[in-house]
Write a protein that binds this ligand. Structure first.
Ligand code: HEC
Length: 107
């Protein structure tokens, strides 16, 4: 009986870790991936098609997160014909993180 309970706890813990690890959480890498992929829209374009390597986004990279997120969603809707991402989604947060990497000295 006791072994069963311990086993059960181990299984719950194991799957708990797997599920929370399943790509949930924002990261620069995920942002880069999304930026270069066509999954955000419905017209086969990526952000990189119009902003290759983040060119001309150096200034935007200094905007605060909320403003930047709004602009990103505008481009998703208008330029990619996609659905805007929820404000608290890992996807949107990752894109914000990635775009912030374009800010640099001399920009
Ligand atoms: C069809 C071309 C196109 C695509 C695709 C596109 N954009 Fe844009 N983006 C524009 C244009 C045009 C502007 C506004 C004018 C400008 O900044 O030159 C803009 C502006 C921006 C800005 C603000 C720049 C500033 O300095 O104000 C950001 C940030 C941005 N886009 C991010 C993205 C992201 C992220 C994606 C992908 C989800 C994306 N864009 C997809 C054309 C595009």
């Amino acid at each position: 009986m006791r072994t069963m309970r311990v086993l059960g706890t181990a299984v719950v813990l194991f799957f708990g870790v797997v599920i929370t690890d399943a790509g949930a959480e924002e990261s620069v890498d995920k942002g880069r991936e999304l930026f270069n992929s066509t999954v955000l829209g419905k017209n086969g374009k990526s952000c990189a098609a119009c902003h290759p390597g983040g060119k001309k986004l150096e200034w935007a990279a200094t905007f605060d997160d909320e403003k930047l997120a709004g602009i990103i969603n505008r481009c998703i809707k208008q330029a990619l014909k996609g659905n805007p991402l929820p404000a608290d989604s890992d996807e949107l947060k990752s894109l914000v993180l990635y775009i912030k990497t374009f800010a640099g000295p001399g920009n």
